[in-house]
Ligand binder design. Structure first.
Ligand code: NAG
Ligand code: NAG
Ligand code: NAG
Ligand code: CU
Length: 668
């Protein structure tokens, strides 16, 4: 019986995937045919040259057209268009394609500073070059290593104040040693850097500055077959079953569950994009819009080591490496629970051809044993028989994992019946470590930029700043940002023995400058409200931001990485909606100068009151590595909650109905 149910639960995803092909929505990711059409239109109009497709995506239909279609899905959907950023003949082209008329609408050459994300193909090609470069082979030999056991990875080079525009699309290649352990990130060939020109695909620089011992392979493995006992004993078996199937429906890329409905797509750069999230209000008996779109706009990871081999390591994982491109296939039962349903996706390969990724997303109902609400009350009529009302929390999770070289980012969007949207980011995978001569903490008398984690292994200090684009549109697009300052008030009431209390001083942000907020060390609640829609009590309907992390940048604002990452200077920013302001680090992030970021757009100090606005929220991790992060770090999670605040007239889950009881009397 159990076996049968198990195979049924495997069938369910297939069933849903079949349905998935049928749906059609203006925000659906490009289909394989649309990728292919985009590629052929561009290559046919530029024959005799090799074109690198750095970014291909659905070109956003106007918000107006999507909202009109949504209010009346019988009206024709907005026309499908694609945007492609391609590189050929050492020029970057931004090309707009009409997918219906099958034509190129525009082709603009971008000549400012900065480049689009790397493709996997060019990263692999560049990483292979050192191995056949004689000076590199000599450097490896000098270290007593075997060149056939060396593997390399491409790092973006950043920008450090060079006056003229960088003429070359270059990367720095760092190599590692894959001898005796799969975990080559713990074994850097320190002191050697190879510089590669990606357009020419050839080595343009080579440095071999110093030698330190190669960290040992022993202790770095993480595959069970390579680990020596003892192992922690297994726990008793546990089973997650939904014999009636999941309670959500997937129609194409639209997902509905409980009171929620939203659209899920994959963007090569952002990873998951949640659109048109709306919630059904039981009391008003109508569906209400909450969020037009939410996605990760950038993920900034600066390392804190000033050495020649390390100073430039200030990565923009979305803008340079493309989180959607870095999505990995989720493993059933391990990455996602047994009741999860998986969704496949497509992105464009470096040659523009559609590339399928299986199990990119998993979608599942979470029943983690948490309490949604409860209360126990004494029963006046019958002593010693208290009345208890309690409801189990059930929620819906959409998950993707992006493995950006050494790091694995677990990206969860969780929807609760109470109206909350919880975003949870988990960091796991491998640290970026530096090989060093030190084998004990007591030997270290200089700045080494991080703790000693194992012999000859320094875990370099760094940050992860995840910047979200959150376009909340509650009951309409005209919204305002409200700062509720909690302030101590000294009592002037002689009749009260109390000397103080706190109160709320709410302030509506009028312009962008009013909404540049550092939540750290402030007693402040930030919310987005619709000032035109009030509850019966007269409160504007709203959603509040509840951060579950407080870490802001510590680099000096004039430092070059921080200029490029200046969008992290505030925890919250609010901008008027502008369809071309999607990427907080600018459209062309690699080698950018920081002149097209959220921090520069907002210098215009535009009006943001009672209009279509976008909230940008950065959640940060300062990562001081520790020995438990070695050789592979247990997941570290942080996130935030968007929580209804006077959005509903009263508790929206008071009348929640618990799930059916599943009986397994026939089960042995
Ligand atoms: C395109 O790339 C291929 C493979 O690298 C190469 O053989 C070919 O000569 C290139 N074609 C042009 C026109 O550059
Ligand atoms: C939208 O943003 C872009 C980039 O910041 C800017 O050039 C353009 O003027 C903006 N459009 C409007 C209507 O403000
Ligand atoms: C499940 O078992 C409970 C308790 O034995 C019983 O009350 C209920 O009717 C059963 N439900 C179904 C669907 O069989
Ligand atoms: Cu980290």
């Amino acid at each position: 019986m159990a076996k049968l149910l198990f195979s049924l639960s495997l069938l369910i995803p297939l069933l849903f995937l079949t349905i998935a092909a049928v749906g059609s929505h203006p925000l659906d990711s490009l289909s394989p045919n649309e990728f292919e059409l985009t590629r052929s239109l561009i290559t046919n109009s530029n024959p005799y040259t090799n074109i690198t497709f750095q970014y291909v995506a659905l070109a956003d239909p106007t918000k107006q057209s999507v909202l009109s279609w949504l209010s009346n899905p019988k009206t024709p959907p907005p026309p499908r268009r694609a945007t492609a950023i391609v590189r050929f003949n050492k020029a970057t082209h931004e090309i707009l394609i009409d997918l219906v008329k099958k034509t190129i609408l525009s082709d603009q050459v971008y000549s400012g500073p900065g480049y689009a994300p790397f493709t996997f193909e060019e990263q692999f090609a560049a990483a292979a070059l050192p191995l056949s470069h004689p000076p590199f082979a000599a450097a490896v030999k000098k270290r007593g290593l075997k060149v056939e056991k060396v593997v390399c990875v491409c790092f973006s080079v950043g920008w450090f104040g060079e006056k003229r525009k960088m003429e070359k699309r270059i990367v720095k290649v760092q190599c590692f040693y894959l001898d005796g352990s799969l975990n080559y990130y713990m074994r850097p060939v320190e002191g050697v850097i190879v510089i590669v020109d990606l357009d020419e695909m050839k080595i343009v620089g080579f440095h071999d500055r110093y030698r330190v011992p190669m960290p040992k392979a022993s202790g770095t493995e993480y595959r069970p077959s390579k680990l020596k006992p003892p192992f922690l004993p297994p726990l008793n078996g546990i089973k997650m079953l939904q014999p009636d199937g999941p309670s959500f429906k997937i129609d194409g890329q639209s997902i509905s569950w409980a009171n929620w409905k939203f659209h899920l797509s994959l963007d090569e750069r952002a990873g998951p994009i949640i659109s048109l999230a709306s919630i059904y209000d039981m009391e008003k008996q109508k569906r209400r819009q909450v969020m037009y779109r939410g996605f990760i706009s950038e993920l900034f990871v600066p390392y804190m080591d000033l050495n020649e081999e390390w100073y430039y390591r200030t990565f923009f994982d979305a803008g340079e490496y493309a989180l959607g491109q870095c999505a990995v296939s989720l493993q059933p039962l391990r990455d996602c629970p047994e009741n999860a349903v998986f969704m496949d996706t497509y992105t464009a390969a470096g040659d523009g051809r559609p590339m399928k990724m299986s199990n990119t997303f998993c979608i599942f109902e979470r029943h983690a044993g948490d309490i949604m609400w409860r209360h126990t009350e004494g029963n006046k009529n019958v002593p010693n028989t208290p009345i208890t009302e309690t409801r189990a929390e059930m929620s819906l999770v959409v998950r993707m994992v992006a493995t950006v070289a050494n790091y694995d980012y677990i990206l969860d969007w969780e929807f609760k019946q109470s109206g909350s949207i919880v975003v949870d980011i988990g960091l796991t995978g491998l640290l970026a470590v530096k090989a060093s001569k030190y084998t004990h903490n007591d030997q270290i008398k200089e700045e080494v930029y991080g703790p000693l984690l194992a012999e000859n292994t320094i875990g370099v200090h760094h940050d992860h700043f995840v910047t979200f684009h959150l376009d909340l549109d509650m009951d309409g697009v005209a919204n305002s940002a409200v700062k509720s300052n909690l302030r101590t008030v000294r009592s002037r009431d002689a009749n009260s023995p109390r000397l103080s209390y706190w109160t709320v001083i709410a302030e509506t942000a009028k312009t962008e400058a009013d909404a540049m907020i550092k939540l750290r060390n402030q007693e402040l609640e930030f919310s987005i409200v619709n000032p035109n829609q009030k509850t019966k009590m007269g409160n504007p309907v709203g959603y509040r931001l509840i951060p579950r992390s407080m870490a802001g940048p510590l680099l000096s604002p004039d430092d070059y990485p921080q200029r490029r990452g200046a969008f992290t200077n505030n925890d919250v920013w609010v901008t008027p909606y502008n369809s071309s302001e999607k990427w907080a680090s600018g459209l062309f992030t690699d080698q950018s100068h920081g002149d097209d970021t959220l921090a520069t757009w907002t210098l215009r100090n535009r009006k943001i009151e009672n209009r279509d606005i976008v909230m940008w929220y950065t959640m940060g991790f300062h990562h001081v590595p520790c020995q438990e992060d070695y050789p592979l770090m247990p997941t570290l999670r942080r996130g935030f909650e968007l929580r209804p605040t006077n959005f509903f007239e009263s508790n929206p889950v008071l009348k929640v109905t618990p799930p059916h009881i599943v009986n397994f009397t026939n089960c042995s």
